[in-house]
Design a protein around this ligand. Structure first.
Ligand SMILES: [Fe+2]
Ligand SMILES: [Fe+2]
Length: 242
């Protein structure tokens, strides 16, 4: 079942819960002069997500399709979306564009962004953060919407369960539990712990986001800087060198 919730002005979470995985897959739509979808969701969910998005606007007018890294839940249905939205462009890191996306995913060449570049969609401005290996993958990047201070943070702050769309409560306990639980099974080492991990999370904290829009779990509204610094501690404790 897919639900739609407005989590910031003109920003909507389109959330699909998969009981077998005990996991939500959230996509975010920003309705603007040039509307932006962040994450496509996996191909298997395309029809359901498209129908939910259609309650907000005509899918054919989506202009930008952004995502963090090359993975099914991030960009698996990029082709289906681009065939529907015939003027849309993929938005990803320059590394993503050069290494994978233009060759094997995008219908049209992607917009490859570099650290600090800004994408304006109308009322809203998205600063691109290149974040190699955070949450994972060389090409990883994130978007920070500057006017509302919303960080589209992909797999960071992953929480399991059929949880509320938005919370003001601390989510670090849930995040920690996921990392601990995943270490016991086939999804172990979800995030690499590298020399880039802590500096990257602190760099994101310096943006002082007030909304953290995660792909899996509740959107957190509150002191985003503190949450990111706390996440750096949790990731180090669970996945760092012992
Ligand atoms: Fe991922
Ligand atoms: Fe994900």
């Amino acid at each position: 079942m897919t639900t739609v919730s407005e989590i910031a002005p003109d920003m909507f979470q389109i959330s699909t819960f998969v009981p077998d995985l005990n996991l939500q897959f959230n996509q975010f739509l920003v309705r603007d002069d040039e509307s932006l979808l962040f994450h496509t969701g996996p191909r298997a969910m395309f029809t359901e997500i498209r129908d939910a998005l259609s309650t907000l606007l005509d899918p054919a007018v989506v202009k930008w399709i952004g995502f963090s890294h090359f993975e099914a839940d991030e960009c698996g249905s990029l082709r289906e979306w681009q065939q529907l939205a015939t003027k849309s462009m993929a938005v990803c890191s320059m590394v993503g564009k050069l290494v994978s996306i233009d060759d094997c995913m995008a219908v049209r060449p992607a917009l490859g962004m570099k650290e600090g570049e800004v994408l304006k969609t109308g009322k809203y401005r998205f600063q691109f953060l290149h974040t190699p290996h955070v949450p994972h993958c060389w090409e990883a990047g994130l978007l920070f919407e500057e006017t509302q201070r919303t960080l589209l943070c992909s797999d960071l702050f992953h929480q399991n369960g059929d949880v509320e769309p938005v919370t003001h409560s601390d989510v670090l306990g849930r995040c920690r539990q996921v990392l601990v639980d995943y270490q016991q099974g086939p999804l172990a080492n979800y995030m690499p712990y590298s020399t880039l991990t802590e500096p990257t999370l602190h760099r994101l904290a310096a943006l002082q986001p007030k909304t953290l829009a995660t792909m899996h779990g509740s959107v957190f509204v509150g002191d985003g800087a503190r949450a990111l610094c706390d996440l750096a501690i949790v990731v180090k404790e669970v996945l760092g060198p012992k």
